[in-house]
Design a protein. Structure first.
Length: 637
């Protein structure tokens, strides 16, 4: 919420920038007043780097490959671990028309997801993992410019410094560590003008908030991490404040939102006693938070609501308060609860649990966003290995140059730049527990052969080591791809297919389920909004939508609506959704037309009951007059 986004005022940014570029090329100077201030400043920096705005592609320039790429990815392992869970959602929302890019603090590309055919377009053929997109090498671009500016950046069609990038538009947000330092950039790039950049920004900022929260915990595993906000509905959102506290209550880290909420600069927070800031020093306060609830505290800065996001791994509370296995906010739901009212899904889940418990591998099939990792975690929790590790590996999100060392680990000195002492691979980390290989259909063929050998022999050797170690893991795999077709096309090994396909379970897409109301109720409870309900018009809109992003997309809509509530509101209405979100839901409804008919009938009924009084009908429906007029226009148009 605190970040501001510069929006272009130019009627035709492509025309304006083309004129500026022509004059720059012919005169050697950049004319004043033709570009947005942010773009003008970046072009001048690019010119100062000695770049020719008409230069062609520079394939290989600033590109790190082989050992250098491996070292780059290894240095950014923590960032990539934090980003991976958000990539699927970003691709489902933004990647259909382009690509999602993760860069590091030096604008080196770490990962690319989405419509990768875009990379074959002239102008982007030098965009690869390991390539550097700093302003000094590529001129004005959303990745490099966001690193320099340290704020959200829009480079609309034509505003890139290099003419060859003119057909593309990109939006990016910087990612920050708990110290507030920029550690990476998240970018969406597509062809053509970005008609609704604020929409792309909102999605990126939400993802960035989740990533930064995850980074906060990864950077402070031994500290208590508290989330807080002046409005409880913003807890567990991209905008909550985060504090990392030592066992004796000293503030060790704070995010930007915490500084803004407490109205104290970061340097004024670090080292302070939490009791000085919060007026609360009782261990009972922390114990209440660890029990999974939300506690409010009245401070000099006003009332704040708190929730514990992470308990220290080694603390007295882990022996007392944690013994009761509290219902923390992110606890994996019970396996039975995931089926809802779907009897067929419940039967399939029972069979998967029984198979996993008897040593069979489980293969989860389904579209992106159907909750395959949630089901995998629930299967693990329902298995005899529940008290052992659950280790998840996303085969699609980890770059090919890193996935082998990620899975198998390596000994010290296995390659240049390897970590001192080596690294334990994910397979050994899962020893005794469950290994979850997500998007196994995207695993490189060469790695498939090595994985098959490990699964057959139940032994693994880290890179650079001659001796093998025994492993004992339960295996769950998942994919949104057709593995049988991949086998036929020789992109997936047939022997590995039969090795991982023990109990196969297809998770239905959200549009195929009949228990949407129960799912929404569960999402509301998960967000700490028990007792909040949906008015009929909003319920009809959600039930008629096709949900291409499945449960992940629905959850984001629910969280957005909750965040837009005023204090005390217990009913969510159409007014709690942004116009962009309303347009998306309205345009993506089921083709039968039933939603349109139902909505129109609801509105007609309300108008009839109130004798045509628009204000009264809108109030009865829980929407504003403006929304009612807009819906009538859409439904009749």
């Amino acid at each position: 919420m605190a970040r501001q986004f510069p929006i272009t005022n130019a009627q035709d940014p492509l025309h304006e920038s083309r004129q500026a570029r022509m004059r720059l090329a012919s005169e050697g100077e950049l004319p004043l007043g033709m570009l947005r201030d942010e773009i003008d400043a970046s072009w001048r920096r690019s010119l100062g780097h000695g770049l020719d705005c008409l230069q062609g592609e520079q394939v290989g320039v600033g590109l790190q490959q082989g050992q250098d790429l491996r070292m780059l990815l290894e240095r950014n392992r923590l960032l990539m671990d934090a980003v991976t869970p958000e990539l699927d959602y970003l691709v489902s929302r933004q990647g259909k028309a382009g690509i999602v890019i993760l860069g590091d603090a030096q604008a080196n590309v770490l990962a690319i997801e989405g419509q990768k055919h875009v990379l074959q377009r002239e102008g982007l053929r030098d965009l690869h993992p390991g390539s550097c997109w700093s302003e000094s090498l590529r001129g004005t671009n959303a990745i490099g410019t966001a690193v320099v500016e340290g704020r959200p950046t829009l480079i609309n069609c034509g505003e890139h410094y290099l003419d060859r990038l003119s057909p593309f538009s990109c939006t990016s947000v910087p990612l920050r560590d708990p110290r507030g330092e920029v550690i990476g950039v998240l970018d969406v790039t597509r062809e053509g003008v970005m008609a609704q950049p604020q929409d792309s920004l909102s999605v990126l900022m939400l993802a960035a908030g989740n990533i930064e929260s995850r980074m906060f915990g990864l950077c402070h595993p031994e500290q208590l991490v508290l989330a807080f906000h002046s409005r409880p509905q913003y807890l567990n959102s991209a905008w909550h404040g985060l504090l990392a506290l030592s066992l004796d209550g000293e503030v060790l880290a704070a995010n930007d939102s915490a500084c803004q909420l407490l109205q104290v600069p970061r340097q004024g927070l670090i080292g302070r006693r939490s009791s000085d800031l919060l007026g609360e020093r009782s261990p009972a306060f922390i114990a209440r938070l660890w029990q999974g609830g939300v506690s409010n505290v009245q401070t000099a800065k006003g009332e704040f609501f708190f929730r514990a996001l992470q308990l220290p791994r080694h603390s007295p509370l882990n022996g007392s308060a944690a013994q009761a296995k509290p219902a923390v906010a992110n606890k994996t739901p019970a396996l039975e609860a995931l089926a809802g009212a779907d009897a067929r899904l419940a039967r399939n889940l029972r069979m998967a649990r029984q198979g996993l418990g008897n040593g069979l591998p489980v293969l989860l099939l389904g579209e992106t966003g159907t909750g395959k990792e949630v089901v995998a975690r629930a299967l693990h929790q329902a298995s005899p290995r529940a008290d052992k590790p659950f280790v998840a590996v996303n085969c699609a999100a980890i770059p090919e140059g890193l996935i082998e060392s990620e899975l198998f680990g390596y000994r010290e000195g296995a390659f240049t730049g390897s970590r001192r002492g080596g690294m334990v691979g994910r397979l050994m980390q899962a020893h005794g527990g469950t290994l979850f290989l997500d998007e196994i259909g995207d695993m490189p063929l060469a790695l498939q052969a090595r994985l098959l050998r490990v699964l057959q022999e139940r032994r693994v050797a880290p890179l650079g080591a001659g001796d093998e170690q025994d492993i004992d893991v339960a295996l769950i795999c998942a994919t949104h791809r057709d593995l049988k077709r991949l086998v036929q096309e020789q992109h997936f090994r047939e022997d590995l297919y039969y090795r991982v396909n023990g109990v196969s379970l297809r998770l239905p897409a959200l549009r195929e389920r009949d228990d949407l109301a129960n799912i929404i109720e569960g999402l509301l409870d998960k967000s700490g909004a028990k007792g909040v309900s949906l008015d009929p018009a909003l319920a009809a809109l959600l039930e008629g939508f096709d949900w291409p992003g499945n449960i992940r997309q629905l959850e984001m809509v629910v969280r957005t609506a909750l965040a837009m509530r005023e204090d005390g509101e217990q009913v969510l209405t159409l007014d709690h959704l942004t116009d962009c979100l309303l347009d998306e839901l309205a345009s993506g409804t089921a083709p039968s037309g039933s939603l349109k008919d139902n909505e129109l009938e609801l509105i007609r009924g309300a108008l009839a009951r109130h004798q045509g009084n628009v204000s009264a009908a809108a109030e009865a429906l829980g929407i504003s007059r403006a929304t009612l007029y807009r819906k009538l226009k859409q439904l009749r148009g």
